[in-house]
Design a protein around this ligand. Sequence first.
Ligand SMILES: *Cc1c(COP(=O)(O)O)cnc(C)c1O
Length: 433
Amino acid sequence: MQTRFDLTQKDIPKNWYNLLADFPEPLPPPLHPGTKEPMPPEALEAIFPRNLIEQETSTERWIEIPEPVREVYALWRPTPLLRAVRLEKALQTPAHIYYKYEGASPAGSHKVNTSVPQAYFNRLAGTRRLATETGAGQWGASLAMACKLFGLECNVYMVKVSYDHKPYRRMLMHVWGATVHASPSNQTEYGRKLLAEDPHCPGSLGIAISEAIEDTTRNPNTKYSLGSVLNHVCLHQTVIGQESIRQMELAGEEPDSIIGCCGGGSNFAGLAFPFMQRKLAGGKNYRIVGVEPSACPTLTKGELRYDFGDTAETTPLLKMFTLGHEFMPPSIHSGGLRYHGMSPMVSHALKLGLMEAEAYQQTKVFEAATLFAQNEGVVPAPESAHAIAAVIAEAVRARESGQKRVILFNLSGHGLLDLSAYEAYLHGKLQDV
Ligand SMILES: *Cc1c(COP(=O)(O)O)cnc(C)c1O
């Protein structure tokens, strides 16, 4: 039986798909943090290059992927799409389960799909140096690789607890030539202020974002880069869904359910948005589900309102599902899903009823991840494992109701640098919040 559906280099998409062209209601614009008026695009030029701001605000349906970006994509794209037949058997489900495997990239996750074009467009615009933040290190590592490939300096503010406790991605960033600061750091005024108040401050993503933005505005030829949440980031990730549509055609099936985990929303958007287009334009009726941790339940328990992206209130205000920019998520083992906000585009899609959201506790998530690893081999990233928990719940419902369902999910990354989390789970040390 064929269980793997491959494309070749020439099948790498030539355009990114922009859902902003097809939303039945326009996306509410970002607001200026001071005036609370819609932000003029020029105001973003302090931190982003103009070519990426154009993508951020564009309502063109298709945006061309430059050839140098497609050539770097070819290092790992098209990524494989596989059918998880052993997992289906273990669950004794009539459901067919397919996964798109983004862990096949050099950095081990989908994040390089956007770090590469962001580095490319910055280089084109004359930027010499990028500043960014990272939680557990996936984004920092992805940007470090892309900066090295396009000849940019990379400065990463890494949340202090992760800097201390998750050394391997910090080392990976160093291999790719980045400079990494534990945040809060003494590199910025905001960092120094927080360290003066509490020298042991463990840091947070919101704090690290504030530091990276301050670094950007105070250093010449420097721009800021974000690994999720923003429209252009979701846009770059749509290569995932476009390839998946072709690969599902090769498999000869149409998915009923499309599932992805949600931190800032980008890997989910990447898989789901091209299917949402078919839902909006082609009358298809997919069940599209975003999955998040119960400990950081932005989509399922948050409010849809304007909020800041960072703790110091320096970013534009974005209309999104949020737990509040001062929310400190409890420490759980999937760092990539501990963000108080959500992509405005994903938030809008939820509000418009184009998708649903579910939340799972971390013991359930690791139970699902371990079952997956023991049947399919791949050890999933803890973030991706949230999607797997929802897939398994759906496959079990299919078994109970005797319905054949076709489920497609995004396996956004591998967990080979997250083994301490698996060890904690296997030793019964994980706690639900
Ligand atoms: C960062 C990360 C996520 C969460 O970020 P999104 O923007 O929601 O995709 C999910 N999976 C993996 C493997 C990650 O590294």
